[in-house]
Design a protein around this ligand. Structure first.
Ligand SMILES: Cc1cc2nc3c(=O)[nH]c(=O)nc-3n(C[C@H](O)[C@H](O)[C@H](O)COP(=O)(O)OP(=O)(O)OC[C@H]3O[C@@H](n4cnc5c(N)ncnc54)[C@H](O)[C@@H]3O)c2cc1C
Length: 377
C-alpha cells in the first residue's frame, strides 16, 4: 500500500512511523521544513488530567494516550536513537490562589474521581514542600504526581527519524494544494507547482492548515488556528521539580535550564506574532505562581498555532465522502500527548486492523452529518 502523509508535524510523523512499521510504503509531504510548527512551539506536557477541563470520552482518550505513549517510548528511542527527555515522575502542581480557583479545581477533581481517576487535593503548605519556589499566596493545589513532560521538539524529531529508518520518505518544500480523486476514490495529491503524487491512501495531518487543502470540501472538516504564545526564561540546568499550573498559566522546566511560561488562546488567523499583551498575561501568571522568576533572565518568546475544530475534539478517521482519504488532525492543546496513540490507531485503521480504542467520538463524519456546527468560527 502506498500511503501519503500530509504534514510532518508530530502527528504526521507518528502516523508515518506506525504505517511504515506496518509495512506500508510511506511518503510524508511537508510544505516547509519538518516539525517547525505547533509541534515545535508546544510546552510538552504529557498530562491528561492536569490539562482536562472536564471528564468524558476525550479525557478517557487522553489517559489512554499517555499509556500508549509510555508503552511506545522505549521502542521509539531505540529505533530513532533520540532521547526526547521524558521527565517521568516530575508531576504537576495545579495551584489555587483564591476561593474561586479552589472551587473550580475542586469541581475538576470531583469529576475526575467520578471517572475513576486519582487526584490529590493538598494545602498550600504541602504544595510548597513539593516545590519550595511556589508562591506563599497559593492557598491549595491539585497534585498529579504521575503527569510528566517531554522535550516536544526532540520527540517530533524522534518520530520522524524512526519513520525514515522504517523506510518512509520525506519530501520537504512540497505543499499539498489539492486532493485528487478518481471515481470517488482518493487517487493523488497535487503539490505546489502542479505535480501529482499518486497513492492508494492519504492521511491529512496538516494541523491548522488541514482544511486549506482543496478537494474535500464536502467533508465539511474545518480547522481553526488557536495561537499560543510562550515566554522562555533561563534558569539553572537540572532544576528537577514539578510543572506548575494555575487557571491563568503554566511554567514548565526543561533539563537545560529553560523555563517555558505559557500561554494564550487567541484567534489571530494564521499570525504567529508574539504580542506585548500576550507576554504581559503570561509573565504575570508565571510570577504569581513562582515569584523567584522575576529575577530570571528572559531568553526568547515564540508562538504556535494549535489546530482546533469547532467542538475542540480531534478529527481521526476516514473521510465520509472520499474513500482512501483519512484525517489525523485537530489535536488542539493535546497533540504531543496524543501523537503516539494517534499513530498507532490511525495505522491500524488504514491497514485494516481493528483499532484498540473507540474513535467514534472523533469521526470526521460528525461534521458532514451535522452540516454546520456552532462554536468557533
Ligand atoms: C503554545 C502551545 C503549547 C502547547 N502545549 C502542549 C502540551 O503541553 N502538550 C500537548 O500535548 N500539546 C500541546 N500543544 C498542542 C500541540 O502542539 C499540537 O496539538 C500538535 O503539535 C499538533 O501537531 P500537528 O502535527 O497536527 O500540527 P503541526 O505541528 O502544526 O504540523 C502540521 C504540519 O503540516 C504542515 N503543512 C501544513 N499545510 C500543509 C500542506 N498543504 N502540505 C504539506 N504540509 C503542510 C505544516 O508545515 C506543519 O509542519 C501546544 C501548542 C501550543 C501552540
Amino acid at each position: 500500500m502506498k500511503a501519503l502523509v500530509i504534514g510532518a508535524g508530530i502527528i504526521g510523523n507518528a502516523v508515518a512511523w506506525r504505517l511504515a512499521r506496518a509495512g506500508a510504503n510511506v511518503t510524508i509531504l511537508e510544505r516547509g521544513r519538518a516539525g517547525q510548527e505547533a509541534s515545535w512551539a508546544a510546552a510538552g506536557m504529557i498530562a491528561p488530567q492536569a490539562e482536562a477541563e472536564g471528564a468524558g470520552p476525550f479525557l478517557r482518550f487522553c489517559v489512554e494516550g499517555k499509556n500508549a505513549f509510555e508503552a511506545l517510548l522505549p521502542e521509539l528511542i531505540a529505533e530513532s536513537g533520540i532521547d526526547p527527555e521524558y521527565d517521568q515522575g516530575s508531576g504537576v502542581l495545579y495551584l489555587a490562589f483564591n476561593d474561586k480557583d479552589r472551587a473550580e479545581l475542586g469541581a475538576r477533581a470531583k469529576s475526575q474521581r467520578e471517572a475513576g481517576l486519582q487526584v490529590d487535593e493538598i494545602s498550600g503548605e504541602q504544595a510548597r514542600k513539593i516545590a519550595p519556589a511556589v508562591s506563599p499566596q497559593a492557598i491549595s493545589a491539585l497534585y498529579f504526581p504521575h503527569e510528566n513532560r517531554i522535550e516536544n521538539r526532540q520527540l517530533t524529531q524522534a518520530f520522524l527519524v524512526a519513520a525514515l529508518k522504517a523506510g518512509a520518505r520525506l519530501m520537504e518544500d512540497s505543499r499539498v494544494e489539492a486532493i485528487e480523486t478518481r471515481g470517488g476514490k482518493f487517487a493523488a495529491v497535487r503539490v505546489q507547482g502542479g505535480d501529482l503524487v499518486e497513492g492508494d491512501v492519504a492521511i491529512n495531518a496538516a494541523g491548522s492548515w488541514a482544511s486549506v487543502i482543496r478537494g474535500a470540501e464536502a467533508d465539511n472538516v474545518r480547522l481553526y488556528p488557536v495561537r499560543g504564545q510562550i515566554v522562555c526564561f533561563q534558569t539553572r540546568p537540572n532544576l528537577i521539580g514539578p510543572s506548575i499550573f494555575s487557571l491563568r498559566g503554566y511554567a514548565v522546566p526543561r533539563r537545560d535550564g529553560r523555563m517555558l511560561a505559557g500561554s494564550t488562546r487567541e484567534m489571530a488567523r494564521y499570525s504567529k506574532d508574539v504580542t506585548l499583551e500576550g507576554m504581559e498575561g503570561i509573565v504575570r501568571a508565571a510570577r504569581d505562581m513562582l515569584p523567584s522568576l522575576s529575577g530570571m533572565r528572559f531568553r526568547e518568546a515564540w508562538a504556535g498555532l494549535r489546530p482546533a475544530t469547532a467542538d475542540f475534539l480531534p478529527v481521526l478517521g476516514p473521510s465520509p465522502t472520499i474513500a482512501g482519504l483519512y484525517y489525523a488532525t485537530g489535536h488542539f492543546r493535546s497533540g504531543i500527548l496524543l501523537a503516539a496513540i494517534t499513530g498507532r490507531e490511525m495505522a491500524a485503521m488504514v491497514t485494516g486492523s481493528k483499532p484498540a480504542v473507540d474513535l467514534a467520538p472523533f469521526s470526521p463524519a460528525r461534521f458532514n452529518n451535522a452540516g454546520r456546527h456552532a462554536g468557533l468560527g
